[in-house]
Every structure is written in structure tokens, then in C-alpha cells.
Design a protein around this ligand. Sequence first.
Ligand code: ATP
Ligand code: MG
Length: 703
Amino acid sequence: MLLGLDPEQREVATTLRGPVCVLAGAGTGKTRAITHRIAYGVRSGMLMPASVLAVTFTNRAAGEMRGRLRTLGAGGVQARTFHSAALRQLQYFWPRAVGGELPRLLERKIQFVAEAGARCRIRLDRNELRDVTGEIEWAKVTQTVPADYPAAALKAGREAPRDLAEIAQIYGTYEQLKRDRGMIDFEDVLLLTVGVLQDRHDIAEQIRAQYQHFVVDEYQDVSPLQQRLLELWLGDRDSLCVVGDASQTIYSFTGATPDHLLDFRTRYPQATVVKLVRDYRSTPQVVHLANGLLGQARGRAAEHRLELVSQREPGPDPVYAEYPDEPAEAEGVAGRVRDLIAAGVPAGEIAVLYRINAQSEVYEQALADAGVPYQLRGAERFFERAEVQKAVLALRGSARSGGSDDPLLQDVVELPSQVRAVLSSTGWTTEPPTGSGAVRDQWESLAALVRLAEDFARSRPGVTLADLVVELDERRAAQHAPTVQGVTLASLHAAKGLEWDAVFLVGLTDGMMPITYAKTDEQVEEERRLLYVGVTRARHHLTLSWALSRAPGGRASRRPSRFLNGLRPGSAALGSRPGGPEAGAARKRGRRGPALCRVCGRTLTEAGEIKLMRCEDCPSDMDEGLYERLRDWRAGQSKLQGMPAYCVFTDKTLMAIAEAAPGEAGQLSMISGVGGRKLERYGADVLAICAGQEPAGADPDDA
Ligand code: ATP
Ligand code: MG
């Protein structure tokens, strides 16, 4: 089991005791390492399957993890989302903790929020309604009650769509409405579970007796409420393994924060911390773009970024495609998708990813026109489809009657053929129907069931139809859909953790990426991370496209995403002149290959170390006096311009300057963190200080 892991991954898999934290970039095998860890623990007898709870972010990821665990011989381990794990516990303990049945789950929160708004006589337009709902969700996951909302929102710097007091009033009314109708919402499931665990020690002890080991994937996006729940599950124990990538934090708008991941060591000083940098998913070309994107990132997550190193054979360069309008873009993408399929890439290995769901329609149309099968419906909808329910009913009936009184089944023994026979009675055919309408959709669903049965029979030889029905019930309970053989259409948020051979990132205009309503620096940074998540979904082919206007004949007023500046051919990096020192340095770095420590020669992966051009703990040849003088000068600049010192130069850059003590502008410009603008603005000062002279005192308004 450990053979398929590299040494660092193996360390994760074999460290079964105590807290473990894996900090690693996209595609480095985090998810793979933790599934192997669980399976290794179970198979070596160190972990009891029933005592492990693995928590992942989406139902689909949880379903996939269960599948992988089963294949690795560790079925029986619970892999769930926080939500579904909490819901299960709540359902079980509700009669004892509260009495009666658990209230019904509210499916469409936004309708209730609209109603609450109306009761408060506050008219909300569609966007406001969406944003107020978002604010209520944020308040709930940060455990903020309506009365405290205005102060908390102010403190957190929320961009609220309405007056804070108004939102607090709507929030309070919304809660009342739910109570009156005996309903709970998505966040209540976690809140109530936390409440029960906090108040009822007997119940908390019972849950803790059951679950003793916890594994959390995508930990960078844990919300304060989920974190609280995790702490309550753990009690005073520390058998916790978390994995995440701060650069993939894409849910902070809902209150999630990578701080729990980044501060894991502070919380658990004895923790084993493992870093992975080998990217097994993507080609060097894709990885180069991903690294370039992150190279421009700012903020806390960016400080902890790890430079990825691709382990794959080279592949095609990313393709950048500009179109006059959106339908043309969709048509172009559909055409390329068709070409890829013709060239042998399975449709299920292709994804078209966009920023918001409303963008899907034009792609549905274009793919249908091109005769390309696709699946759009969210993974959770699969078992709700009429044709799937009918098919499962037929399979259940056949399993009950033992299959033997059905003449079709008399001679077939193998599960897949039994399933095919039963499903032919509900409309499945060996060949797909022509066309791409509803009939095709239904066929795709049934074909997915057939494939599911085939996979199931392969992973567990000797299974029966009855076993399959149990499996389907379990999957339905977890709302996990099998992959339909079609191109995936999904939002970037929904693509987290997944991978495809070919990925199309579409609609990459400024305004969509970053989206117009991302205003603050933090919001823009989150958008950049979202694009990073998109780029790193691709194994081999990556296409990035945008359209200059929305409709055919419209004014070409749009521009490609600013995040691609300096990365796509023919574009200049933001803040630097074309061919300026920054671009030159980047080019030279690109040619030089990976950054090496100038003291010991090791490959550097941490952004901070790359800046220093040496390992953190390799001896420094820094001129301490120079460093101090540079710091004093920086403090003066920071005061003069009323901005934080790190905006002038970060500590790392100052250290690098003090180590290099550059004698002229060319040398200074080679230091990472000294871009074209900074060179212009501070170059003379810094060079003067390095030469032991007094800086002339640059006037910041000159720049
Ligand atoms: P993300 O950040 O996107 O969630 P991840 O770090 O969880 O990515 P995985 O999904 O576990 O990465 O792995 C990415 C791909 O690399 C998968 O296809 C996985 O099977 C493969 N992979 C991971 N580790 C290895 C390895 N040691 N040898 C071969 N393939 C590997
Ligand atoms: Mg993963």
C-alpha cells in the first residue's frame, strides 16, 4: 500500500499517532496521502475502521473517498462532509436531547429570506437578496446572533448590501419564521450539533467513544463553526490529521479561514508537519502557469505558498483564446472539445469551468449543437432524476425476487449483465440514442448506473444484485452521483479537489474574473485563488478563453482578466513596463529553472526562501548594519506615505538587499520583490544606503 507513495506522502500515511498537518499545493497527492493513511492504519490493525471519521468538503469528494477506501480494503470507514456527519448525529440524538422528530430541513433559504424582508417592509432586489442571504450564512457560521450582527460585520469589514441594522432585522425575522414553521436550515444542522455536544456531556462522550481519529481534507476552507464542531468531536484528544492548501482558500466569503491550517503548529506544537511539492497531476506547462499565477498573489495565504514541481512528462502549452462575443467563445470551445474527443480524450475527462452558474447556458447550447454529451446537473441531483429512481426501483424489485423468475435473467449470473438486462426494461440500450435532448440525458443516467455496477463488481468480486441495491441506497443517502460519460460543466467552486485531462476555463474577462463585486484586496485575492484552483484541475490540456463583448455585434469593451497579465503571451505584468527589469528577471528565472539555495544548492520551494535565494536556516552573509539602516529608512517611508512598512519592501526583500548589497540598479532589479515601479520609486535611495551614503529622500508623490 505504501509503494504508491513518495517519501513525504509515506510519512503522512505512517504517522498514525498524534496531530499531523499536511501543507501542500494542488495536485501533490494530499487526498491520496490521507486515504492511504487511513487504509494503512486500518489494514495494519492500528485503527479500527469504525473509529475513524474522514471529513471532506463536498458530497462528491466524500463519495469518491469512500470508493477509494473500499478499493484499498478499508471500507467501513466513515467519509462524510461536516454537514452530513453532523446531520446523522443530530438525527440519532435528537429524540434524546430534545425530544420528538428532528425539524424538517429548509431547502430554499432565499425564499424565506425574501419573506422575512417583506415582513420587515424592506424591499430587496435579486442581488440584494442573494447578498443578504450570504450575510445571514456568514453570521451563522461565525456564530453571530442577529443583535450582534452589525458590530461583527463592521469589525470583519463585510461589504454589506444594505444597512447593517436592516440586515440584522431581516436575519432575526428569518430565524423566527423558521422556528414558527418548525424548520431548520443548513447552518442550523451544525449549530444544533455543536449545541448538543456542548450541553450534553453524556451524548458528547458517546460520540467520542465512537470516533477517535479524525482526518480533514481541504482544511483551508474550514469555517469557525466547523472548526468548533471538530474541537468538540476531539475533546481533549489529538488524533487529528488535516491537509490543505492555503492558496486554494476559496470560501472565505462565507466565513471560512485558512488560519486554522496555517496556525496548526501553534495550536499543536508537537504536530508532525509535512510539506509536499511534487505535482503528480499536471504537466510542467500547466504547473508553470499555476506557479506564475501564485507568484503575483498577495496576503497571508500567498506567504505560505509552495512552488510546485511537475512530475509529469511535458505536454502542450496552455492555449489562450480571445473571441469577439460569448456565443462565439462557446462555439469555439465546443469545437475544441469535439476535436479533443475525436483525438481520443474521453468526454468524461473534459471539463468546462466558469465563474458563475449562469454562464453555463451558452455552453449547454453550444455543446448540444456540436453533438457533445455533457452533464451539468450538480452531482447531488443524480438520484433524484425520474429515470434513475425508476431504474433503482426495478433493480430493487429484481433483487427481492432473486432475479430468477425473470426470463431475461435466467442465464445470466454476472452482476453487470443482470443490471443491463433489468435496465433494458426501463429504457437502456447498448447504443446511445441520437440527438442530445432529454432522451439522451436519460440514457446517460442509465448508462452511468450500468458503469457504476461494472465498477462495483470489479472492485468487489462476487457481489450480488442485492449488494448493489444497498450500495445505491448508501450513495443516494450521501447524494453521491457516479460520473456520467459526458463533458462536465461546472462552476470553479464546484471543481475543487477534482481533476480532468482537459480543462477549459471560460469567460475570463475582467469583471467575471475577478468578478465585479470583488472590491477589496482580499476579495480580489480570493478570485485569483479561484483561478488557481481552475488552472490546477487540468492534467494535460488547458485552454483559457474570454470574449470581448457579450452579444454578437456588441461593443468590444471587455478586457481579458488582469490575472493573466504577464502570463499570457503578449501581455505585460501589472506594475511593470514591458520588457522592464521585472519581466527580465522573470524571464531569466524561467530560463534558469528552479531556484537553488546559494549556500547549500538545495532546490527552493518556499516563496520566502526563493526571495532570500537561500534556505531559511542556511547561514546568512547579511550585513547586519546595512539591514538596520534599510529598516530605519523603510520606517520613515512607511510613515511618510501612511502605508504599512511591508508595502515599501517586505522583510525578506530587505534581507535579500542587505545580503546582496547591490552596487547598481541592474543588480538591485534582480532581487525578488524589487519590481519596476519600486525600482523607480526607491532605487536611488536604496542604492545610496547600500553605498553607505545618506538617501536623498525620495518624494513619494513623484512616483
Ligand atoms: P488538490 O489540492 O487539487 O485537492 P491533492 O493534493 O489532493 O490535490 P490528489 O488528488 O491526491 O492531490 O492527487 C493528484 C493526482 O496525482 C491524482 O491523480 C493522484 O492519483 C496522483 N498522485 C498523487 N500522488 C502520487 C504518487 N505518489 N504517484 C503517482 N501518482 C500520484
Ligand atoms: Mg485533494
